[in-house]
Write a protein that binds this ligand. Sequence first.
Ligand code: ADP
Length: 269
Amino acid sequence: MPQVMDKEVKQGVQQDEPIVKYENICKSFGDLEVLKGIDLDIMPGEKVALIGPSGSGKTTIIRMLMTLEEPTSGNIIVNGKNLWKMNKNDHLVRANDKHLRQIRGDIGMVFQHFNLFPHMTILENCTTALIHVKKMEKKEAEERSMKMLEKVGLGDKFDAYPSQLSGGQKQRVAMARALVMRPQVMLFDEVTSALDPELVGEVLEVIRDIAKDGEMAMILVTHEMDFAQEIADRVVFLDNGVIAEEGTPEEVLEKSNNERLQSFLHRFR
Ligand code: ADP
């Protein structure tokens, strides 16, 4: 599989400051307290694997970064800009719309169920946000998208519709669609868990290539422990609403004595 990312100098990214900062994030759904004070910094270019039992709040953490969920309390800062913050009266205040659009432009997300637009061709799926959000000329958007589709090995499918593709191909289109926006942070939410086992490899291969590029930070929610071990700089284990363990893949996946983590990992080995 060829290299996936175009090299691009990122404007305004402080290399020694976190690109994403979660500060004391709490989140409840009704009576259910899902996150109980999460502090997490992601550095530019850092690859972080988020692991933990089902229902431990991994997806909620990354959905909050896309502003698809609001925290109950706490701050999230992306590239120095607040998505939300607590005011003096302890009320959560959301960034204004212009600010939010800028922040969202820094972040790309790939979902478990692809979420492609079914009525658009593969190429249109990739160009639509470039044209309508980034206001790029159609021709330039198409050129950039075709390059990305070729890089994920789907250049010949540009005029097909999502229903004509396999799950693995759909997921590669979803990645190309996110990558053409050249985000500084990519979020992967269990992107292989809806795939037939024989299609998992081709999708992991694309992520591997993106990771190699080095410039883009990545947060991966995954149950693929070997893969996490291979590509993550840091593994974060979420349990009972808190970060119960974090460190290098070796520290967390091989050397930790945390019993809850041990029993969680046992299910995958
Ligand atoms: P994970 O990704 O670790 O499996 P999630 O973040 O998806 O966990 O969910 C954490 C918990 O929050 C689960 O118990 C889930 O049912 C609950 N939850 C998630 N989203 C909602 C929602 N929109 N409304 C109510 N409960 C939710």
